[in-house]
Design a protein around this ligand. Structure first.
Ligand code: 13P
Length: 341
């Protein structure tokens, strides 16, 4: 492992003023997104949609440090025959790849899952590196509910995350370590805090046991938020303060950066939360975004599968990317949303 190179890539991924586009929806997830805008999910429609994003030069050159791809996309060509991965590289952005293979029920733990994909991961990583991927992503999912999460689910998922991260570094690929505590339930922000704290402590313990170099990885966590079904939602300032406190308690300063998932937050909430944390400042790591839904909901709606709407889709994507880029510096303001919309 050449740690200096991994560190340089990790630093570039979280450089101030830029963040990561998570465009790695699985076939099932992108179908759900396309269903919502009335677009059939075919190999070509998925290609056309992602090509539109990767050719959004203002966003890609100015605001997006890296793009997480799905396996299908990394091997796909644009309409003119240029590999999609080249479009990303030409924009000065770093290509990455989702390498987990989704979740399966965790035996003896009703309602809980384990993320799979470790078998033959070393060979897959070598192929992705050769194709140009310089970072990877693995998402562990922890749900909050009656009697869950169990320690078995937290530990098993943390162990798998560390196994994945060690394999990535051995393949000269920066691992994005993503332990996602879902915001689907009716729990309050303090319950989310408590569960996320346990999950992060366990994850860093496993990373240590498995000799993962923290300087050559990125953490992708959820923020401390109330569940979507909770009667009482936390305000922007509370989310920012509690998330910063949580991360300070759990994430070693050797980690170059933290790139949040949006997890079902509204576009503007995801931006406002990131901005408020960066306004607090004085943190040992760079804080930025690695959003899927919060970057893509607006462009998906504007595009709606029509070639005639490509410019509108790109404008919507560029706007959200710029708002989040400002938030990564703590320079966003809600007034900028309406002005530029
Ligand atoms: P969301 O921002 O839509 O949560 O997606 C980010 C991601 O990559 C989840 O794995």
């Amino acid at each position: 492992m050449k740690l200096a190179e991994l560190h340089a890539i990790a630093q570039a991924m979280v450089q101030p003023g830029k963040g990561i586009l998570a465009a790695d929806e699985s076939a099932g997830t992108i179908k759900k997104r396309f269903d919502a805008i009335g677009v059939a999910s075919t190999e070509q429609s998925r290609r056309d949609y992602r090509e539109m994003l990767f050719r959004s030069s203002a966003a890609m050159q100015g605001c997006i440090s890296g793009v997480i791809l799905y396996d299908e996309t990394i091997w796909q060509d644009a309409a003119d025959g240029t590999p999609l991965i080249k479009l990303i590289e030409q924009a000065g952005s770093i290509p990455g790849i989702k390498v987990d293979e989704g979740t399966q029920p965790l035996p003896c733990c009703p309602g809980e899952t384990i993320t799979i994909g470790l078998d033959r991961l070393a060979e897959r990583l070598a192929r992705y590196y050769e194709r140009g991927a310089r970072f990877a992503k693995w998402r562990a999912v922890i749900d909050i509910g009656d009697g869950i999460p169990s320690y078995a689910a937290i530990h098993t998922n943390a162990h798998a995350l560390a196994r994945y991260a060690a394999l990535c570094q051995a393949a000269q690929i920066v691992p994005i370590v993503e332990p996602e505590v879902l915001m689907d339930g009716g729990h309050d922000i303090d319950r989310c805090y408590e569960v996320t704290e346990f999950v992060l402590k366990e994850t860093f313990q496993e990373l240590y046991y498995q000799k993962v170099a923290l300087e050559g990885m990125i953490l992708k966590p959820n923020m401390a938020v109330a569940g979507k079904k909770a009667a009482k939602q936390a305000g922007i300032a509370e989310v920012a303060e509690k998330t910063v406190k949580l991360l300070k308690a759990c994430v070693p300063a050797a980690v170059p950066g933290i790139a949040f998932l949006s997890g079902g937050q509204s576009d503007q909430d995801a931006t406002a939360h990131l901005d408020a944390m960066n306004k607090i400042g004085g943190l040992p790591w760079h804080l930025t975004f690695s959003y899927g839904r919060a970057l893509q909901a607006a462009p998906q709606k504007a595009w709606a599968g029509q070639a005639a709407n490509v410019a509108a889709g790109q404008a919507a994507f560029s706007h959200r990317a710029r708002m989040n880029a400002l938030a990564s510096r703590g320079q966003w303001d809600a007034a900028l949303e309406s002005k530029a919309a």
